[in-house]
Design a protein around this ligand. Sequence first.
Ligand SMILES: C[S@@+](CC[C@H](N)C(=O)[O-])C[C@H]1O[C@@H](n2cnc3c(N)ncnc32)[C@H](O)[C@@H]1O
Length: 305
Amino acid sequence: MSESGRAASRTAVLVCQGRAVADGKAAPGRFADPVAVRLLRIAERTSVDEVRGSTPPEGWQARTAYERVRACAEVVVPRTVAIDDALGARVTGQLVILGAGLDTRAWRLPGLAQTDVWEVDHPASQQDKRARLGEAVEAVRGPDEGDLPVGELPTIARSVRFTPVDFAVDDLGMALDAARHDPSAPTTWLWEGVVPYLTRDEVRATVAALAARTVPGSALVVNYQAPSVKAAAGMLLTRVLGGSVTSGEPWRSLWRPQQMAALLAEHGLRVVSDDTLLALAHSLGSPARRRASLQSGRVAVAERH
Ligand SMILES: C[S@@+](CC[C@H](N)C(=O)[O-])C[C@H]1O[C@@H](n2cnc3c(N)ncnc32)[C@H](O)[C@@H]1O
């Protein structure tokens, strides 16, 4: 639990587990995340190993965890590939990852070698990630690795600057100023798996704040959730039953593609592509048993010209 009274994100761990499951298994040649498993604690690796081995555990609770991780792996593969491709096509000197969670790109994408990365996240989640990075190094540090910086996995990106921000209360622009982000230079913005957890007003405020630091040559890659019967039912259930069904991370906003495009256009960002994860899964030939989730999850790319 952080000073703000909020716990580190559990959904960030789930997504990391999904990537660890898929590494070396799904979409060969297109998807790989060997760093994900290193950010997981021992207990969190159990479900990962079970899903990778197709050995579902006994018992209701363990089986639920297994199914959640398995479902997540299916969704994160097309999402990660689409985003990695979009970033690879739009490399700038600055990448700001909003709601970074246990994102591993700064540690695994060779294309970021000349890029400074800002990992923006809720303070509680960020504190947790930094502890995990330290533990990962402790776990792998061997006699020949004595010169690794203490508490850090070696990054591929030119630099990683941890920037704590609660989108609900903090000023994103001020936080990025303090972290030496240059608003006059092109920036690639990544916003993956975060929009549903913010209210519509928080999403609007975040877009306004990032757009104010977005010069021509910049781009935004945003993953969001469009309305669906399943999503609407889930949100209703949360309202009725409270936070217990969502581990304290309820979905708060869904956006139709036209609404997202209109919001971005208001701030001078023109959507150049916006695909469902289902279409992306089909193009990769990856499994699509979670049709509803894949159909409502989207990855859009917007550019400032
Ligand atoms: C599902 S995780 C996604 C993490 C990462 N982007 C990924 O896709 O692996 C959601 C992330 O949103 C962040 N988040 C949710 N609400 C937030 C808020 N109000 N301010 C800052 N970050 C927030 C959480 O801390 C968490 O890291």
